[in-house]
Design a binder for this molecule. Structure first.
Ligand code: APR
Ligand code: PHB
Length: 390
């Protein structure tokens, strides 16, 4: 089959780009390794920068987000029993974030694609990207035991960290940067009233904790755990007791506990692959970069890639101008590295590092004390949290 843009990956990156292009009569085919139910079963972060929310509206997919999502003008940082509100709106001249689950956002994008009769091929296997450095790339894959080819102009690799796209770039052309963190996040979802109406990022000598939510009756909590831990080590009761031990006393009376409807441990890593393009292959989102979830930048960093790539593709087709595509990688990476810095900084600030020296521990305390006592430092935190400009 033939199309203009073949998008590998039916996650939020691929689907958002597909919808934006579809609205401009640019033909796309999305191929996805899993089925739709599996993609929508994934529990992921739920804090959207304004730029991302705007793209959802521009794509015609923002209605439910605006109806069911919550606009947050601040969040809290807890340090032991100290609790400080970060007034995002005051610190950034009125900017806010949208709390809306990535699962719901992905569902909205799938629904929009189906309404637009966009072609999404599920359960693909053995995906191979060929002739990427020619003007006629070919994506080959099998589905239902049949081998298929997609002849296209451009290939977008939105297939996540474990996808095939980045691995299709010759080793000699790719430089990879990264680090892993000596801990993971144990997360649970529970049908309980959130402990606070705003997110709470808690630094504690026992380890980091995060109180988030999906809506007023669905809470999402995380605690830092040793990377060697497994979910089986953590009963619900043990989780709630550990979370309780890391939160300020002032929050405990409003902590509603209950059964977990989802429980998982995620490793934390920082990762960037450079460049983000090779011939007519363009990487976007987790296919090119990963951040620790502390700053809620995974989806938002993918959003910036989509913003740049969408405009570059429009220029190519509507104005016969390939400058945007030629500059995509360098432009995207400039913002990627700013997001990497912020996510690494916020992770370094709020977590217990088992191997930290006494000097490093005191430095971390000083960094937090400086942050919480300086309007300038808080402004830097706030402008990164609400999202740097595209
Ligand atoms: N062929 C087709 N699809 C693939 C392949 C492949 N070889 N490999 C992976 N995929 C699919 C995955 O099943 C997944 O649905 O690509 C999609 C990639 O989606 P994500 O991993 O969600 O990545 P992305 O769309 O960039 O979204 C980034 O979502 O996963 C979170 O933490 C991430 O918040 C970040 C955001
Ligand atoms: C979440 O709600 O899953 C979430 C929120 C904020 C973060 C990370 C995760 O920084």
């Amino acid at each position: 089959m033939k199309t203009q843009i073949c998008i590998i990956g039916g996650g939020p990156s691929g689907l958002l780009l597909a919808q934006l292009l579809n609205n401009n009569a640019i033909d796309t085919v999305v191929i996805e390794r899993r089925n739709k139910e599996h993609v929508l079963s994934r529990i992921r972060a739920g804090v959207l920068e304004q730029g991302f929310s705007k793209m959802m509206r521009d794509a015609g997919c923002g209605e439910r987000m605006d109806k069911e999502g919550e606009v947050h003008s601040g969040f809290q940082i807890a340090d032991g029993n100290r609790l400080k509100r970060i007034d995002l709106s005051k610190l950034t001249g009125g900017r806010t974030v949208m709390v809306y689950g990535q699962t719901e956002l992905t569902r909205d994008l799938y629904d929009a694609r189906e309404r637009a009769n966009g072609l999404t091929i599920y359960n693909v296997e053995d995906v191979n990207l060929n002739d990427l450095t020619t003007d006629a790339p070919v994506v080959e894959f099998s589905v239902n035991g049949e081998t298929e080819q997609i002849y296209c102009d451009l290939v977008v690799g939105a297939d996540g960290f474990h996808g095939v796209s980045r691995k299709s770039i010759p080793k000699g052309k790719l430089t990879e940067h990264g680090r892993t963190y000596p801990f993971g996040w144990l997360g649970i979802l529970s049908r309980t009233k959130p402990v606070s109406s705003e997110l709470v990022y808690a630094r504690h000598s026992r380890g980091f904790a995060l109180c988030s939510m999906r809506n007023k009756l669905l809470s999402r909590y995380y605690i830092q755990v040793p990377i060697s831990d497994s979910v089986e080590d953590w009963s619900d009761d043990r989780f709630w007791n550990e979370l309780r031990s890391r939160l300020p006393d002032s929050l405990l009376s409003s902590l509603e506990t209950g059964s977990s409807i989802e429980k998982s441990i995620a490793p934390l890593r920082s990762y960037v692959a450079e460049p983000m393009s090779y011939g007519n292959l363009f990487l976007a989102g987790d296919a090119a970069h990963i951040v620790p979830p502390t700053g809620a930048k995974g989806l938002n960093s993918a959003g910036a890639d989509i913003y740049y790539l969408y405009r570059a593709i429009l220029d190519r087709y509507l104005r016969d101008d390939k400058t945007g595509l030629d500059n995509y990688s360098s432009k995207a990476l400039t913002r990627v590295w700013k997001t990497q810095r912020f996510s690494w900084w916020m992770t370094s600030l709020l977590h217990v590092f088992p191997e930290a020296t006494s000097f490093e521990k005191r430095l971390q305390e000083s960094e937090l004390n400086y942050l919480l006592s300086s309007e300038n430092a808080l402004s830097l935190l706030a402008e990164n949290y609400v999202g740097l400009p595209y």
